[in-house]
Design a protein around this ligand. Sequence first.
Ligand SMILES: [Zn+2]
Length: 247
Amino acid sequence: MSLALFLMTVFIWKNDQLYSPWIIVLILYVGIVSWGAFDLRLNFFMQSTTSVRKNVQQVAITFDDGPTPFTLEILDLLDQYQAKASFFCIGTQVVKYPMIAKQIIERGHVIANHSMNHPNKMGFLPSGQVVAEINEANHAIETATGKKVLLYRPPFGVSNPHIAKALHDCKLKSIGWNIRSLDTLSLTEDQIFARIAKKLSPGSIILLHDTSEKTVHIVKSLLIALKVNKLEAVNLEDFLNQKVYEN
Ligand SMILES: [Zn+2]
């Protein structure tokens, strides 16, 4: 499809037929494909769970890019507020902090796959390399915790046919979000918390990163807000009501 469009564009260009409706179609096509690649909620290339219709007062707090020493502070806060969460870990971080990965499980939370290296070019890798990224991270998590994970979150939230095929081959389920905190950007803690608070509702999946002190503070505000609103933070096993490990 993309190749055909490209060849037709070259053909039209070479023949000096700058046919404007055609150019508009091309721009629309590129726009829609790019949007589909970066917004998991569209389920454009693959199915991702981004929220769940709930008649109980539950939300899922999820953390990407750990484990790091900040994960320990977050685990303490979660214990303090009797909340459970889910951690999409990078394989290399699990190798670096295996004891923290183990604690995630021991303290009642869920651990899942967020690729081995979180490569910037994830969206451009062939499916074989995506499979390697997934398998290596699964191996690192299993070595540290004994768990064979079934959930995956695409780095950068990027999806494309290669990633869809790799997930299908590895039999993993893609989990997105419907509340993006933007906690890794240079917004203040108050601005980030306000972004989350205004969208909080039962069935939400909240995206945070256990990689900074700023997020630790935001998590504390969030846990207080959940208590006030009588919303319970549960791990993805309870939230989705399905198996999150093979063993
Ligand atoms: Zn990430």
